[in-house]
Structures are given as structure tokens and as C-alpha cells.
Design a protein around this ligand. Structure first.
Ligand code: ARG
Length: 586
């Protein structure tokens, strides 16, 4: 279906054209002054410059060419704005179309294939809150892009190959030298069972990492272990596989709690065989050159305002780097999936890294010209003191700890709530906590830092995830009381809106499609949050001002209920795009 905005734009474009002006001037947009109109068109002002004519004259010619049954009225105000008021009958017709549309008015774009790189956890290190934003924003982007018709492959892109592996392996060797993995003469099958649990693994890494910072010889051992692993030592490779198994199972469990899923569980290790040939080719093509022993690619461009350092693709000791792996991964993705775009949801402090990598990839011809490479950089999650979020002891907080703490607070609130049955309390608390965390994060434009204030995020009032859920549950319970199904399409007796609150609710509902389209275009989940908050407020205002169940007029009552059922459908779909869902009761 066409959105209202598209409908208005089409009619206006035809009118501009009929009056002898460029049809492109007929764009309708949301009104800056809702008291004057629902939408507006500024085309006459733009035309005035181009056609050297008074904007008021143009506006009059254009509005004169709008057919009487266009479904909106147009009013001209100085110096040439055209204010548009949508007619009640068009609203009613659009409501019916929206409720019948399986996509709820979300326009489908030409399908694009996208690889979405998000999550980015490191194996053998516990997930910490630094990884939360990537997971939350990435998952929402995936759902938004799919809603507009893109084919999206989410890749977790594990950090599974660096020094952290050597550190863990070397520490294991100190503790259990008798393991067959460390016996160079070992022949036969390595044991099926991993020689550690996830908790042991998670204790090993911080221990080894701290020790390597003060103990030079120990660090050298870890580097040697990394080297042995990377050059294919069978014992070290077998042990690495065990670390991967245990760690990935734990990561999956954690992401599942966040309702975050990945289609691809690839990682840095997958592209190791590609690194050397790729770098050799860059040298042969004259793209990578020696600089103080290292191999570097000049990525500066004449238009750069700040000098961009070259991209290092090989260190002077011959080792590959983070950039090398990212480059080879681009080549692999191009080969396996030929995507139209690769989008990275990674901390914005890595912006320079991605600029270097993207430019090198283009220079080296690793991607086709049309392949878009985009870094969606996000800001830091801060504590109330404005510095990066920490545990009470000042350490890095594990994601699991954070989720548990939020859940604990929430379960208390939910238990006090008499609408929730005791046996549902835990599951409900899980859902509400997730909404609190995700909405609190996504509300902010991704690139901004934000303050993680769980008391605020978990509140049932104000601009929060729980408030949105509460609104949905409220609608659902009214529908239940009325004895009608929540199923979309069950109620279709839409009526033309009367009160200002009802009209606002209707127009907000009708903007869902264009909101999702914008969020997809700009890779901006926060636009959906703003919409959802506006819709919840519009609904609650309508609800407080209108007698719904006690309305004596049958037709009106049916119209209200149809509006409620559509509000329920849109809100539910909108939060699904944000990555959470509403419980039955709250
Ligand atoms: N593992 C990295 C980190 O923890 C993030 C990886 C992001 N993705 C990428 N393709 N570079 O910082």
C-alpha cells in the first residue's frame, strides 16, 4: 500500500506538473506546525527561485490543479507554503488498507543482499557490556532491513585467533602439563571432552592476561603458543577447537538471552589461509609497499581534512593484523555471498580502522565497485558518573552479571504486580528487563554515548521500554474485555476520526510504514523508538479521553475497537523490529 505521504506526494506532483512545473517539487512532508496542517509542501517556494515567479502565484496555480476528490484539503499561507489536511474519509480508507496489509504499510524496496557484521565477541573472554550495544543495535538493524525486503546475513565475526588464544593455551600448559595436547609425540585421538569448563576458561584468560603484563618471559611463552597455534601445531589446534566449542556454546546461550541470533558463526580464524596470498598480491600489484620493514597501503585522499595514516597489512615481523583479517574477510564475503553491502556495527572508536580497511579494499579490488561498505559506529555506554560503565569494584562488567542484576530488580516489581500470576513472574520479568535494556539503548542515536541508568530504564512510566509494553498490555486487555480477537484483520469497522486525540492516533498509525523506511535508509533504530513512544502517547491520550467499552453507539464502539486492534498490531510489530516482545500481562 502507499503511505499517506506517498499518496499526497503523488497528487501534488501531478498538480505541479499540470501547472507546468517540475513534478519533483510536489513532495509532501510532515507538517512543522500540526495546528495548521497534517502535512505540508514547500515546493512552491523552491519553484519560485527556479521559475522566477512569486511563490504565492505558483502555490495558487498548483492548488487549483488538485482534484476535488484528492482526499485532502490544501491551504496556502505566506510566503507560499501549502498546508495539507487529510480528509476523514481518506484516513478511514487508509486504516482499512493498513489493517489488511500483511506488511502493515512498510514499503518493500528493491531487494538488497547485506552482510551485517555485529556482535564481535572474543573467544575465551567473557562477553562484557562493551559487546551489548553491538548486539542490540545490530539485531534491530537486521530486523528493520529485513522488514523492507533486504536479505540479511548476520555474522558474529568471532575474535578467535589472536594473542588471547595463546595466553589461554599457555596458561593451560602451566596448570596441566600432562595433557596430551602438549605432548609433541602424542599419536592417536585427542580426548572428546574439553579439559575445562566455561567458568574455568573465563578465569584463565584474565589471570593469564594480567600475568603477561608484568612477566616478560611469560608473555613471550604466550606469543610462542600463539605462533605454534597459527602455524598448525596439531596439539594446539586440537586444544583450540575445544576452547572454541566451550566458548561458542556459552556465547550462544548469552545471545539467546538477548534474543539475538546470527546466521553465520564465522570468525577471524576462517580467513587465515587467505592472508598471505592476499598480501602477496597487494605487493605484486604495487598497492602495498615496504615502510620500515612493515607492509603498508597508502589510503590518503586529496580531499582528506585530517591526515589518514597508511593501513598496515603486515607487521615487520611478518605477522598479520586486525586490518589484514578484516580485509581478507571482505574478500571472502564478496566471493561467497556477493553482497550489495557489508555493514559493520562496531564501536565508533574503530572509525579510523574501518576507513583504512574500506579504502584498502577498494584500492586492492577486493570488492566490486557497487558494493557498499558501511561502518555504523556506536558510542560508549556510560555509568551515572558519565564514565564507561563498570562494576561496583571498578572492573569491566560481564554482560551476564548485568542481565542478572536487571532481572533481579524487575522480578521484585513484577511480584508486587497483581496482574501477573506467580508462575509467570520470572518469564515476565525476563521480557520486561530485556525491553528496558534494549529500549534504553536504542532510544539514543547509535553514535552518541549514553548513560545506562537502570532505575530510569526499568520504570513503568516515562519514555521507557516497560512503558511501551504496559501500553500494549493495556490494549490487549481492553480487547480481551470486549471479547474480540487480537488477530489483525479480525476487526475492520473503521470509522472516520472525530476528536483531536483520535485523529492524532490515526495519523500516527498511518506513518508506521514511512518511519520504518526511513529507519532502514538511515540505519537508525532510534527513529523507530521515537515513533513507538509517540504512538504509545497518542494511544494513551486517546484512551484517557474516550469511553471505549461503555460507548453506547454500536458503530462508534466497533470503530474504536478496530482502532485498538490496529494499534496493538503496529506497536507489536514495531517492538519486534527493536528486538523485544510484550508479555501477556503486566
Ligand atoms: N572482536 C572485536 C572487538 O572486540 C570486534 C570485531 C568487529 N568486527 C570486525 N569485522 N572488525 O573489538
Amino acid at each position: 500500500m502507499n503511505t499517506i505521504q506517498q499518496e499526497l506526494t503523488q497528487t501534488l506532483s501531478a498538480a505541479f506538473s499540470a501547472a507546468g512545473y517540475d513534478a519533483a517539487l510536489g513532495e509532501a512532508r510532515l507538517s512543522d506546525r500540526p495546528e495548521l496542517g497534517d502535512y505540508q509542501c514547500n515546493g512552491a517556494l523552491a519553484a519560485a527561485k527556479r521559475y522566477h515567479k512569486a511563490p504565492l502565484v505558483i502555490a495558487e496555480e498548483v492548488t487549483g490543479a488538485i482534484p476535488a476528490d484528492a482526499g485532502f484539503s490544501a491551504e496556502i499561507v505566506r510566503p507560499g507554503f501549502i498546508n495539507l489536511k487529510v480528509s476523514p474519509s481518506l484516513m478511514r480508507q487508509k486504516l482499512a488498507e493498513l489493517s489488511a496489509d500483511a506488511d502493515l504499510g512498510i514499503p518493500k524496496k528493491a531487494p538488497k543482499k547485506i552482510v551485517l557484521d555485529y556482535g564481535g565477541p572474543n573467544v575465551a573472554k567473557p562477553l562484557h557490556i562493551g559487546h551489548l550495544r553491538s548486539a542490540v543495535i545490530g539485531e534491530s538493524l537486521k530486523r528493520i532491513l529485513r522488514a523492507v525486503g533486504c536479505e540479511v546475513l548476520g555474522d558474529v565475526h568471532l575474535g578467535d585467533w589472536g594473542l588471547q588464544m595463546g595466553l589461554v593455551i599457555n596458561e593451560l600448559r602451566h596448570r596441566n602439563p600432562e595433557l596430551p595436547y602438549f605432548d609433541p609425540d602424542f599419536k592417536g585421538e585427542y580426548p572428546e571432552e574439553a579439559p575445562f569448563t566455561i567458568s574455568e576458561l573465563e578465569e584463565l584468560y584474565p589471570f593469564a592476561s594480567a600475568k603477561s603484563k608484568t612477566d616478560e618471559a611469560y608473555r613471550a611463552e604466550a606469543m610462542e603458543a600463539t605462533h605454534l597455534l597459527q602455524s598448525g601445531d596439531p596439539g594446539y589446534r586440537a586444544l583450540w577447537k575445544k576452547i572454541m566449542e566451550v566458548s561458542v556454546a556459552d556465547l550462544k546461550r548469552n545471545y539467546q538471552r538477548l534474543d539475538v541470533t546470527f546466521e553465520l558463526w564465522k570468525g577471524e580464524s576462517d580467513v587465515q589461509p587467505r592472508l598471505a596470498p592476499m598480501v602477496e598480491k597487494m605487493v605484486a600489484d604495487g598497492i602495498a609497499v615496504r615502510d620500515q620493514g612493515a607492509l603498508v597501503v597508502d589510503v590518503s585522499e586529496p580531499t582528506d581534512k585530517k591526515e589518514l595514516p597508511p593501513c598496515i597489512v603486515q607487521k615487520s615481523d611478518g605477522a598479520a593484523l586486525y586490518s589484514t583479517t578484516d580485509l581478507a574477510t571482505i574478500a571472502e564475503r564478496e566471493e561467497l555471498y556477493a553482497p550489495d553491502a557489508i555493514i559493520y556495527v562496531v564501536d565508533k572508536r574503530q572509525a579510523m580502522h574501518f576507513t583504512q580497511v574500506f579504502r584498502t579494499a577498494r584500492k586492492a579490488g577486493l570488492v566490486r565497485e557497487g558494493t557498499e561498505l558501511t561502518h555504523v559506529g556506536f558510542g560508549t555506554m556510560n555509568g551515572k558518573d558519565g564514565t564507561p560503565f563498570k562494576t561496583r569494584e571498578g572492573g569491566v562488567m560481564r554482560l551476564e552479571t548485568l542481565l542478572n542484576e536487571v532481572n533481579e530488580e524487575m522480578i521484585g516489581k513484577i511480584r508486587e504486580n497483581k496482574n501477573v500470576r506467580a508462575e509467570d513472574a520470572e518469564a515476565t520479568a525476563d521480557m520486561v528487563s530485556l525491553a528496558a535494556i534494549k529500549y534504553g539503548d536504542l532510544w539514543n542515536q547509535a553514535s552518541k554515548d549514553y548513560i545506562f541508568d537502570i532505575e530510569k530504564f526499568a520504570s513503568f512510566e516515562g519514555n521507557t521500554g516497560p512503558y511501551i509494553l504496559y501500553t500494549i498490555v493495556r490494549i490487549s486487555s481492553i480487547l480481551e474485555k470486549a471479547g474480540v480477537s487480537r488477530e489483525r484483520g479480525a476487526l475492520t469497522a473503521f470509522k472516520a476520526p472525530e476528536s483531536a486525540a483520535e485523529k492524532d492516533l490515526v495519523l500516527t498509525l498511518l506513518r508506521f510504514g514511512e518511519t520504518v523506511e526511513k529507519a532502514a535508509e538511515e540505519l537508525a533504530p532510534h527513529k523507530i523508538c521515537a515513533y513507538v513512544y509517540g504512538l504509545a502517547n497518542a494511544f494513551n491520550r486517546f484512551y484517557h479521553e474516550t469511553k471505549i467499552l461503555s460507548e453506547p453507539d454500536e458503530g462508534k464502539r466497533a470503530g474504536y475497537l478496530a482502532l485498538l486492534s490496529l494499534s496493538y498490531a503496529v506497536l507489536t510489530r514495531a517492538i519486534e523490529l527493536l528486538g523485544f516482545a510484550a508479555p501477556e500481562h503486566m
